[in-house]
Ligand binder design. Structure first.
Ligand code: CA
Length: 227
């Protein structure tokens, strides 16, 4: 069952979307603030985000950037209707865009369309391969496999892995990884990269520390060659 995260500060809209999405067979998570939405994005495996760009605490476009770096599709919801805003939203990585007021039925149809697009037929040809095929990363499908098993990664773990894999062997500092994953600085966040790396290694099993190598005093690097 696909999980949809609804980030929207207006309670009526939030509840309305939840009702329609659940009726359509989706699991629904809701967040009333940007901070809460960010936490869900980090901790849970949302398959799609319905994101209100006008949030009280965090600029919605920051969340949009974070979601797009981590590969979770986003449908932006906005009261702004100018063509410029629409183009800006799509440039920042939204998969679709809905202007308020909207019909909830239409939103559900768009959710289904984006999810169908993302889960197209499996083509391993589109995956990047590392370490003689032990690690496969398919950005289109937002999927990583280790030794033939799909890894269940959080968005942050996915972001770290794909950042390291973009240039195997290159050392990435914690600050760089934060930037790649977050898109913006966040006080104290650098240290938490270490715990995300630890969890990522755990999911890679015994080879974890060799796949994501620590370079003392410098950061991390991917310990595999691109095939
Ligand atoms: Ca709002």
């Amino acid at each position: 069952m696909p999980t949809v995260l609804v980030v929207e500060d207006e309670r009526d809209i939030r509840d309305l979307l939840r009702r329609y999405l659940e009726r359509d067979g989706h699991a629904v998570l809701t967040a009333g603030t940007g901070a809460e939405g960010l936490r869900y994005l980090e901790e849970s495996a949302a398959d799609l985000v319905l994101l209100d760009l006008g949030l009280p605490d965090i600029d919605g476009t920051e969340l949009l950037r974070f979601a797009s770096v981590t590969g979770v599709p986003v449908i932006a919801l906005t009261a702004r209707s100018s063509v410029d805003d629409r183009i800006h939203g799509l440039e920042l990585g939204a998969d679709d865009y809905v202007t308020k007021p909207f019909s909830p039925r239409e939103v559900v149809l768009r959710v289904d369309a984006v999810l169908a697009r993302r889960s197209g037929p499996s083509e391993n040809a589109s995956a990047d391969s590392y370490g003689s095929g032990r690690l496969l990363i398919d950005k289109d499908r937002h999927e990583a496999q280790w030794d033939g098993t799909v890894l269940d990664l959080t968005p942050t773990e996915w972001g770290v892995l794909t950042a390291l894999a973009s240039t195997p062997g290159r050392v990435y500092s914690r600050a760089e990884l934060v930037n790649r994953v977050r898109g913006y600085e966040f006080a104290g966040y650098e240290r938490t990269i270490d715990s995300h790396v630890k969890n990522l290694r755990h999911k890679l099993g015994a080879a974890g520390p060799d796949v994501v190598e620590t370079v003392l005093g410098a950061g991390y690097r991917l310990g595999l060659r691109r095939d």
